[in-house]
Ligand binder design. Structure first.
Ligand code: HEM
Length: 166
């Protein structure tokens, strides 16, 4: 039986692993410049993640998770300054659609590219990692199994290439 602390640590490790894995180029992969361009343009749909959509509670589950995610971002002094003066309701809708698309749910993402949305915000790696922690907290609160959390986080990790600016 894993303690909650150990579980959190395992998820955090999984995420950091994903972040560092995606920071390198694997043999046979597209160039990182190409990956970054793809990431800048769209949120990729991944049919392999379809089984996980239900583990997030479908679209209602994603809405509840993203709602708590935004509460966490606002309560977190590291991320609060970024979200204090933006249209948070719109961002939440876009996040739900983006996560839903990644998990191959019946949604369409119509928001800005990740490059456009974050251009000029001066986001650092520490800011990025803080946001990931706040998302992990929200997913854990909503009982998303850790293996499912890690699948979504592994898809978000490569986005750091176009989101982090300094
Ligand atoms: C993988 C990580 C991230 C994802 C998937 C993500 C996703 C999104 C999405 C979908 C939007 C709305 C796009 C639109 O306007 O149509 C957005 C906007 C925004 N994001 Fe992120 N984001 C990520 C990381 C971050 C980080 C690390 C920060 C800062 C700590 C951040 C701050 C913002 C802000 C301030 C906006 C609103 C910009 C504006 O409306 O002017 N994001 N993000």
């Amino acid at each position: 039986m894993q303690t909650p602390y150990l579980k959190t640590a395992l998820v955090a490790c999984g995420c950091l692993l994903a972040l560092s894995l995606h920071a390198q180029q694997m043999p046979g992969q597209t160039s990182s410049a190409m990956q970054a361009r793809q990431m800048a343009a769209s949120a990729p749909r991944d049919p392999a993640l379809k089984p996980y959509f239900a583990e997030f509670g479908g679209k209602p589950g994603l809405k509840a998770i993203v709602n708590d995610f935004m509460i966490n971002l606002m309560a977190d002094p590291r991320t609060h300054p970024f979200f204090a003066r933006v249209d948070r309701e719109r961002i939440k809708r876009e996040l739900v659609d983006q996560f839903c698309v990644i998990l191959d749910g019946p949604c369409t993402y119509t928001g800005a590219s990740m490059a456009e949305a974050h251009r000029g915000l001066g986001i650092t790696r520490a800011d990025f990692n803080a946001l990931v922690e706040d998302l992990q907290k929200a997913m854990t609160k909503h009982d998303v199994p850790f293996h499912a959390q890690n699948r979504l986080l592994a898809k978000l990790a490569p986005m750091h290439k176009v989101i982090i600016e300094k």
